[in-house]
Ligand binder design. Structure first.
Ligand code: ZN
Length: 115
């Protein structure tokens, strides 16, 4: 996004974009009107291109990525890796983790018990 500003240029007024002199005018009022038009135009452009021009929008997926970071555990029985939420913490395996399948195999009554 460009930063527009009006600064004094000797006895005239300069319109600056990102600190670079773009236009010199002898009327501060006109210079300020041009800047407000440029800002308005940029605002419209941003509304039409929200993904490209909104830094905050681009930051958002990063935050959800952080929250959604997945931890994988290795099943102590079959050795398969699964997301921690799908794993069962148990002392029935060497490393303390079992996948749902192995847990069911080692605990065949679990379904009927929990039904
Ligand atoms: Zn397993």
């Amino acid at each position: 996004m460009s930063k527009y500003e009006v600064k004094d240029v000797v006895c005239d007024y300069g319109v600056y974009q990102d600190g670079e002199l773009k236009l010199i005018l002898n009327s501060r009022r006109i210079a300020e009107q041009i800047v407000s038009l440029l800002k308005e135009d940029e605002q419209k452009h941003r509304e039409l291109n929200p993904v490209k021009d909104y830094p905050s929008y681009l930051d958002r997926p990063k935050m959800t990525d952080k929250k959604k970071r997945k931890y994988f555990r290795k099943c102590g029985e079959c050795g398969e890796r699964h997301e921690q939420s799908e794993m069962i913490r148990t002392d029935q395996s060497d490393n303390g983790w079992l996948c749902a399948e192995c847990y069911e195999e080692l605990n065949p009554c679990i379904d009927t018990e929990w039904a």
